[in-house]
Design a protein around this ligand. Structure first.
Ligand code: ATR
Length: 289
């Protein structure tokens, strides 16, 4: 029997999720339909799309820009949230899950549940690259939604030191306050913050979590900032951030593997099939040539 999935976004035509999930389904040996679902950018439309999809027998939905925070709010009011989604303040994976807190049998099996696999997708990709995370000195540049989603998984992966740098310093400070209030695993006193231009010294890993890769701007990088590994969460175009550190001898990666990694984790939540992400990535890279 075909299992139905969608990715909800606006715009959505560019989404690679249908191709990615079909590769996973082939690997798992199951039959799926995975469609791009356009949605007008308002709360009521998003709620209606989600409800219609699950009422119609849909198994799982991915949520992308600009709906991740709306999906969070919907799950918070109508269902449940994973710890990663709660701390990220954003949901990228929706499913139905039994809610044991409900006495009513029907509500028990129908609760909407939101997870966020973005940060774990990044961590899994970094591990698959062979980059060491245990005790690593890590800097994240950016303090928006993308940065917020990866901090708890990085801390859980055992990094030793974390600095968050942002163009607007205050946003980094607020982010740290909010994250430490949201999770006991995050100690605000153990996280440093600074303005991006003030980020200097030697790190093991620097992650670009700004949206700058989408624009023609370049990130101001201090001359005495160095790292062994540089990761840009963007993909699909030449990234000056990676070129800068590659020229200084660092190993670099764009965020394509994170895209596959977060998708694999969504697929695993929905179907209980484990994905060989390295194999799936090879197939997808071949197909896009
Ligand atoms: P996302 O959800 O992708 O993280 P966001 O919440 O809009 O998007 O956050 C964008 C991040 O990129 C922010 O950290 C932003 O810095 P500010 O907080 O100072 O706005 C950063 N960013 C975007 N454009 C930038 C630029 N031209 N230079 C430096 N940082 C930039």
């Amino acid at each position: 029997m075909t299992q139905h999935f969608i990715v909800i976004g606006n715009p959505i035509a560019h989404s690679k999720s249908p191709e990615i999930h079909q590769v996973f389904a082939a690997q798992a040996g199951i039959d799926i339909s995975y469609q791009r679902q356009y949605c007008p950018d308002d709360t009521a439309s998003f709620g209606a799309v989600v409800e219609a999809f699950f009422n119609g027998g849909g198994v799982g939905a991915n949520v992308t820009v600009p709906f991740k925070q709306l999906a969070y709010a919907l799950c918070e009011s109508k269902g449940g949230l994973s710890e990663h989604a709660r701390v990220a303040g954003a949901v990228n994976t929706l499913l139905l899950k039994s809610d044991e807190s409900q006495k009513d049998h029907l509500q028990k099996i129908n609760a909407l549940y939101g997870d966020n696999t973005d940060g774990q997708g990044l961590v899994n990709h970094i591990i698959s690259l062979g980059w060491p995370l245990a005790q690593a000195r890590v800097a994240i540049i950016g303090a928006g939604g993308a940065a917020r989603g990866v901090i708890l998984p990085l801390i859980q992966a055992g990094i030793g030191q974390l600095t968050i740098a942002n163009r607007t310093l205050n946003k980094a400070e607020v982010l740290v306050e909010e994250l430490s209030a949201a999770s006991d695993a995050i100690n605000k006193h153990a996280i440093e913050t600074c303005a991006t231009t003030e980020l200097t010294g030697q790190f093991d890993l620097i992650i670009n979590a700004t949206s700058i890769g989408l624009s023609d701007d370049t990130l101001p990088i201090a001359d005495d900032l160095n790292c062994h590994y540089a990761y840009d969460m963007m993909y699909g175009r030449a990234l000056p951030f990676l070129q800068h550190f590659a020229a200084r001898g660092a190993q670099t990666s764009d965020g394509y593997g994170m895209l596959i990694g977060q998708a694999a984790l969504s697929f695993e939540r929905w179907t209980a099939h484990t994905i060989d992400v390295v194999k799936a990535t090879e197939i997808l890279k071949q197909a896009s040539k």
